[in-house]
Ligand binder design. Structure first.
Ligand code: GCO
Ligand code: MG
Length: 432
């Protein structure tokens, strides 16, 4: 009996809780059989819609839903040029939807299609941030009381823009409230005027590496004094510091025994990870900004990282992700899939399928989804007792309530929803 074929490929855009989400839905020739996949690229959602509607849909209508590998490989090169964020997200939406369909046809959750479970549930880490060490510590305490054991910690750098904390607004790192204990860093009058006039894309504020690093080190000292070493702490540098300062920072924080230090460098500076590996044992996590095997394979091959942090839809879905995690296993590199609020619940469900199956699972980043988001996505993976749990349903075990999703259209955003433009005190741009 012939397999069902792809009858339609549609994109669902929705923003239930102020984060733009992109889902692909594949409908088949078998009435009632469909799949959903995450294609969320929250900074450029409409480009993903075009990539699906204009290119993947005409390429895929009529294809056998069973042929996931061939569909992935042929779609991947159907643009000739490949490995970019827009086309990978479109491809991920299709790929995850096909895995969802295959699971439904086999009446199995995707983790069983991949070889079954290596663990009952996936330990997660959650985010804390604050304007003071005490505030971060209090939030940690609250999460630990709910059974969490892995906690990401970020703190505001007084007077500066800080990743991970809605800290100082743009242009506030001025002589008046500079972190002068770190030595005066003059915000140039040109920059201040520039920011006041808002002459450039939305001001993300002033970032300076040394005040940031000192406030982060102070946070780790505070946390270890208050809680000891029993709780696992994680920290995201978010690629903002000059590489040689990143090498220094990784060495300086080794004594705090982080679970991992994330995005120490930009992908463009991958080679600096060699210096870190030769000088300290701070566990390294990297990957959310990776799109291409050319970035990922060298990092695994040379064991330059400990945790693979790829954003699954940014690398093209479950099909490539399971290959990178398998390669990671052979080099004893663990997984820590990117799981922020701008991964849809469908994407979190896809992360969870690999989390449960992979032997070399490391940790799973969990987002605290808003109530409306959970209503739009019935079957959203549950986080309980510090772990993410599958509902064991066939496929990805999640759905999209299209009628409800339509009640939350994407909002118009300043600058098209671009990432903050963060600058050094001299006005030069800082990578996000
Ligand atoms: C993380 C990430 C996110 C990204 C965001 C970009 O570790 O979860 O760094 O916070 O900044 O997903 O859109
Ligand atoms: Mg990150």
């Amino acid at each position: 009996m012939a397999n069902p074929t792809i009858r339609d490929v549609r994109v669902i855009l929705t923003e239930p809780d102020n984060i733009r989400l992109v889902i692909v839905k594949i409908e088949t020739s078998e009435p009632g059989l469909y799949g959903v996949g995450c294609a969320t690229f929250t900074q450029r959602p409409s480009t993903v819609v075009a990539a699906v509607d204009d290119y993947l849909k005409p390429f895929l209508i009529g294809r056998d839903v069973a042929d996931i590998e061939d569909i992935w490989q042929s779609s991947y090169v159907s643009s000739y040029w490949r490995n970019g964020p827009v086309l990978n997200n479109a491809l991920s939406g299709v790929d995850q939807a096909l895995w969802d369909i295959k699971g439904k046809m086999a009446n199995m959750p995707v983790y069983d299609l991949l070889g079954g479970r290596a663990r009952e549930a996936a330990p997660v880490y959650v985010h804390t941030s604050g304007s003071s060490y005490e505030e971060v510590g209090d939030k940690m305490q609250a999460f630990m009381e709910k059974g969490h054991h892995h906690i990401r910690v970020q703190v505001e750098t007084p007077g500066y823009a800080t990743y991970g904390n809605r800290g100082a607004a743009a242009g506030t790192a001025t002589a008046s409230n500079q972190d002068v204990s770190q030595g005066p860093i003059a915000v140039t009058s040109w920059l201040r005027d520039y920011q006041d006039d808002k002459l450039y894309a939305h001001p993300g504020g002033v970032f300076e590496p040394k005040p940031y690093m000192r406030s982060a080190i102070g946070l780790f000292e505070y946390i270890r004094d208050r809680f000891g070493y029993g709780v696992e702490i994680l920290h995201d540098v978010h690629e903002r510091v000059p590489p040689i300062l990143g090498v220094w920072f990784a060495k300086e924080v080794e004594k705090f025994q982080l679970f991992f230090l994330e995005d120490l460098f930009s992908p463009e500076d991958n080679e600096y990870f060699r210096m870190v590996r030769e000088q300290c044992a701070t566990p390294i996590a990297m990957g959310e900004l990776y799109n291409s095997p050319h970035e990922i394979v060298p990092m695994i091959k040379d064991r330059l990282l400990d945790f693979l942090r790829m954003h699954m839809s940014q690398i093209g879905g479950i099909t490539p992700a399971k290959k990178f995690s398998a390669m990671g296993e052979l080099f004893n590199v663990r997984t820590a899939w990117h799981g922020p609020g701008d991964t849809s619940p469908v994407g979190h469900a896809a992360n969870l399928m690999l989390d449960l199956n992979n032997y070399n699972f490391g940790i799973q980043e969990a987002a605290v989804f808003g109530e409306r988001t959970k209503e739009v996505f019935p079957g959203c993976p549950e986080v309980r007792d510090g772990m993410m749990w599958s509902n064991g349903k066939p496929g990805l075990g999640i759905d999209v309530d299209e009628e409800l999703a339509a009640k939350f259209p994407l909002k118009e955003r300043e600058f098209g929803g671009a990432w903050d433009t963060v600058r050094r005190a001299d006005g030069s741009m800082v990578k996000p």
